[in-house]
Design a binder for this molecule. Structure first.
Ligand code: IPE
Ligand code: IPE
Ligand code: MG
Length: 248
């Protein structure tokens, strides 16, 4: 039996988030410039999006550019922004054919205007699609969105619209850029790095973390199936004991 057919479709994560990492190192080991790695990473994005949509995963969030990534050499940042515009434009048809809606999280307004334009167009064209939501995290920082939520809630308190002690977890979630998106149950990071790098800090409170040594440009459907199978073999206890979970 191949890995895909071993997946229990009744126990699929509704939302998978991915830290796509290792493009530069993959290119380097091939003796190519880092940007070659980014270009090849697009095929992995296609594969993973298609695999998630085929299985019935409802949300797929891809970490494509962090606020910290602006510190990379200008040449690489520009190449990433151009690749983004090119990819979003090119893939809109595939998104339409597969009934996938495009969304973005992060400080989008600070992206170059061309990138913003391509994104907004892509989101607008695909807005009524229903099968899956593909969320691109762009110019994203978890601390940025938590800080913004704190600022927004404090303003409401200051204006007397809300009492500080009335603030709930749900209210905080509703002030993040993921407000209409359920928390991910599974977070995957490629390339052998075992860190979160400022991604979805609030939302991954109870996510299962899966790390693989594979570099992002080599990540294929099969690797996603393996990650889901690994997730399905874990016991999610949410603070309870194993006995409580089994008895349920
Ligand atoms: C991930 O690959 C892509 C982005 C962060 C934009 P990297 O570019 O981080 O590749 P490595 O980690 O340097 O190999
Ligand atoms: C995280 O990867 C950001 C994205 C995948 C977009 P990085 O390569 O930027 O993370 P660090 O610097 O290794 O933590
Ligand atoms: Mg990296």
């Amino acid at each position: 039996m191949d890995s895909k057919s071993k997946i229990d479709l009744q126990k699929l994560p509704r939302h998978i988030a991915v830290i796509m990492d290792g493009n530069g190192r993959w290119a380097k080991q091939m003796g190519k410039p880092r940007v070659f790695g980014h270009k090849n990473g697009v095929q992995s994005v296609r594969e993973v999006s298609e695999a998630c949509a085929e299985l019935g995963v409802e949300y797929l969030t891809l970490y494509a550019f962090s606020t910290e990534n602006w510190s990379r050499p200008a040449f690489e940042v520009n190449a990433l922004m151009s690749l983004l515009v090119e990819t979003v434009r090119k893939e809109v048809k595939t998104l339409m054919d597969n009934d996938i809606r495009l969304e973005a999280i992060g400080d989008i307004e600070k992206l170059p205007s061309k990138t913003q334009k391509a994104l907004i167009e892509g989101m607008h064209t695909t807005k009524d699609n229903k099968r899956m939501t593909l969320v691109l995290a762009l110019n994203y920082s978890a601390r940025w969105e938590i800080r913004k939520a704190v600022q927004d809630l404090s303003t409401k308190v200051k204006l007397g619209e809300l009492a500080a002690e009335e603030i709930t977890d749900d209210m905080i979630s509703a002030h993040l850029s993921t407000k209409r998106i359920p928390d991910p149950e599974l977070l995957i990071r490629t390339s052998g790095e075992h860190r979160i790098s400022n991604f979805l800090l609030w939302q991954i409170a109870y996510a299962e973390l899966y790390f693989t040594d594979i570099f992002w440009p080599e990540f294929r459907k099969e690797n996603l199936y393996q990650a889901i199978l690994n997730y399905q073999n874990r016991e999610r206890r949410f603070g309870k004991t194993s006995d409580q979970i089994v008895l349920k």
